[in-house]
Design a protein around this ligand. Structure first.
Ligand SMILES: *[C@@H]1O[C@H](CO)[C@@H](O)[C@H](O)[C@H]1NC(C)=O
Ligand SMILES: *[C@@H]1O[C@H](CO)[C@@H](O)[C@H](O)[C@H]1NC(C)=O
Ligand SMILES: *[C@@H]1O[C@H](CO)[C@@H](O)[C@H](O)[C@H]1NC(C)=O
Ligand SMILES: *[C@@H]1O[C@H](CO)[C@@H](O)[C@H](O)[C@H]1NC(C)=O
Ligand SMILES: *[C@@H]1O[C@H](CO)[C@@H](O)[C@H](O)[C@H]1NC(C)=O
Ligand SMILES: CC(=O)N[C@H]1CO[C@H](CO)[C@@H](O)[C@@H]1O
Length: 488
């Protein structure tokens, strides 16, 4: 086993120039690496800082450490007592602090903003080879301890800079999607280290057969578009049986030799429209083609090639199991890493429902289990029962956590459903409200600077949820400050 070496740093530096630099750090719990960020205003900062992190938080004997990347943005910080907002990064290279709605919040609260890259992703990999045995320290549980250790270190460094000891700024944690779940889980496990958490589109429930996912795609699409998608899927299934090569080529996906990978790719291409707030890009041409009796498969292929593989910036390799098996650390490793978390902890297998599905029935439980086995070897299996026992799933016994969901987002069914006084939950409902709309506005990708909500089909709905969130943050930060004062 090799830990971080200067050589890998150099390798990564080269990669950075060509590939990492244009990646959005949007939240992707599906498999698509999101599209480009344009211009410098997309980030509050992308100046890299490093923290030396413990590799295994659960072993008293293992003292190995690795370098973990982080960022800080102090322009709005009200010294010395202002709050510190920690933005959790997730299953993607974390290339900076995105200029989304949190930037507005940091101005409002006079907050410092810090953000830690998730272990293994981007430049924070402990190993240069990602073979399965080296992935054993990749888990949400380790990630939460990373956050705790980093948070303590950052507070101590700040105190040192300010020439004071034992002072505590009020912290607040933020995350969207899987990092949204981490945000909720962090507050659950370390309530003394954050005054509260925002868990946006947080997938806190590990789900084995996630049939609601496909069902929500149908609901978000609406009857006409859904029927068109179902018809397209049937036509493609027929054509695949006779002329597989040609139909894969039509979608720019010739490299996907395993039919299941191809069907998963086709399904995900539709998902992206709803998850990221661009439903009309998909449905307008399909419904039109249906009306004019144009070739539906061609219309879908055009959308996939021009929008999904073009503007949106998805990559077919992401769906290729051959690629996923590659354990050399590279930009493409993101997909392998996330699949490892899927195949060990959280599943979220996006299987076709038995009735009325949009995606091919070939995308079933076996497809996912076979993938886990093929990519990682025997014995890799998602223990969702253990995960939900550890965190509580939707019955999480936390407090001071705000949950938010976007109405069109297929992921919302793995989020917390019922609001309570201690853990309020809001839904942002509009035609193009998707994954993380409360922080990202509409569409959710590409990034709208400062999470501008003017292009949401109902901006007021987003504003209202934001006002409610602000009230919770305000209250919980002040309660934290009160208790800090009374314990002095
Ligand atoms: C730090 O605080 C100590 C004790 O209050 C003081 O003596 C010292 O001058 C301070 N140092 C700086 C750099 O402000
Ligand atoms: C998931 O679906 C498969 C296939 O329909 C079924 O065999 C299995 O029992 C289901 N598992 C759970 C936990 O629902
Ligand atoms: C694995 O990925 C690395 C880095 O992208 C590449 O150089 C190598 O050729 C790949 N190996 C295989 C077997 O595809
Ligand atoms: C299957 O789906 C159709 C269309 O949504 C619905 O009308 C029917 O009741 C469903 N059947 C079952 C058994 O759920
Ligand atoms: C809103 O949409 C219009 C028209 O597509 C576009 O020009 C504008 O840049 C968008 N505004 C934001 C904040 O995304
Ligand atoms: C508070 C709230 O409306 N939460 C919603 C989050 O998403 C789930 C799943 O769709 C809904 O059932 C909840 O109503």
């Amino acid at each position: 086993m090799r830990l971080w070496s200067p050589m890998t740093v150099a390798l990564f530096f080269l990669l950075t120039l060509s590939t990492f630099s244009h990646q959005n750090n949007a939240f992707v719990t599906s498999r698509i690496t999101p599209n480009r960020l344009s211009g410098t205003s997309s980030y509050l900062t992308n100046k890299e800082l490093w923290y030396t992190q413990t590799l295994d938080h659960f072993s008293p004997y293992d003292h190995r450490r690795f370098r973990q990347r982080y960022y800080e943005f102090l322009d709005n910080f009200r010294l010395p007592d202002g709050p510190i907002f920690l933005i959790i990064c997730g299953e993607y290279p974390c290339n900076g602090i995105a200029n989304d709605y949190i930037s507005v919040l940091s101005k409002k609260f006079g907050a410092a903003v810090v953000s830690l890259e998730h272990r293994y992703y981007g430049k924070s990999s402990p190993f240069s080879s990602l073979r399965t045995e080296n992935l054993r320290y990749l888990s949400s549980k380790q990630a939460i301890f990373d956050l705790a250790a980093f948070r303590q270190h950052y507070q101590e460094s700040l105190n040192m800079k300010l020439n004071r000891s034992k002072a505590e700024n009020p912290w607040f944690f933020f995350g969207v999607s899987y990092p949204g779940a981490l945000s909720a889980w962090f507050r659950l496990k370390f309530p003394h280290l954050t005054c509260g958490s925002l868990a946006s589109s947080a997938v806190v429930l590990a789900v084995y057969n996630f049939t609601e996912f496909d069902q929500q795609v149908g609901e978000s699409a609406g009857a006409e578009c859904k029927a068109a998608l179902q018809e397209i899927n049937q036509l493609i299934e027929q054509r695949l049986a006779t002329d597989g090569k040609a139909v894969k080529a039509l979608f720019g996906a010739s490299e996907l030799e395993i039919d299941g990978d191809f069907f998963y790719f086709l399904a995900d291409a539709a998902v992206m429209a709803f998850q990221y707030g661009n439903p009309d890009k998909l449905c307008t041409p399909l419904v039109q083609a249906k009306k004019t009796q144009d070739n539906l498969v061609d219309a879908y292929a055009k959308y996939v090639r021009e929008y999904i593989l073009g503007d949106f910036g998805a990559n077919v390799q992401t769906y290729n199991q051959k690629q996923l098996k590659n354990s050399t650390l590279s930009e493409g490793s993101t997909d392998r890493l996330w699949w490892f978390q899927v195949c060990t902890e959280v599943a979220y297998f996006q299987v076709a429902p038995l009735n009325d599905s949009i995606r091919s029935r070939k995308v079933d439980t076996s497809y996912h289990l076979d993938l886990c086995k093929n990519v990682f070897g025997e014995g890799i299996y998602p223990d969702v029962v253990a995960t939900n026992t550890y965190y509580g799933g939707t019955k999480i016994a936390g407090s001071k956590i705000v949950f938010t969901n976007g109405s069109q987002d297929p992921w919302r069914h793995a989020s917390k459903q019922i609001s309570s006084t201690d853990m309020p939950s809001y839904i942002v409902s509009c035609h193009n409200c998707g994954h993380g709309s409360d922080l990202r506005g509409c569409p959710q990708s590409p990034l709208s600077i400062e999470g501008n909500a003017q292009n949401c089909s109902s901006p007021d709905v987003v504003h209202k949820v934001r006002q409610q969130t602000i009230q919770h943050i305000d209250l919980w930060l002040s309660q934290c400050q009160d208790s800090a004062r009374s314990s002095m």
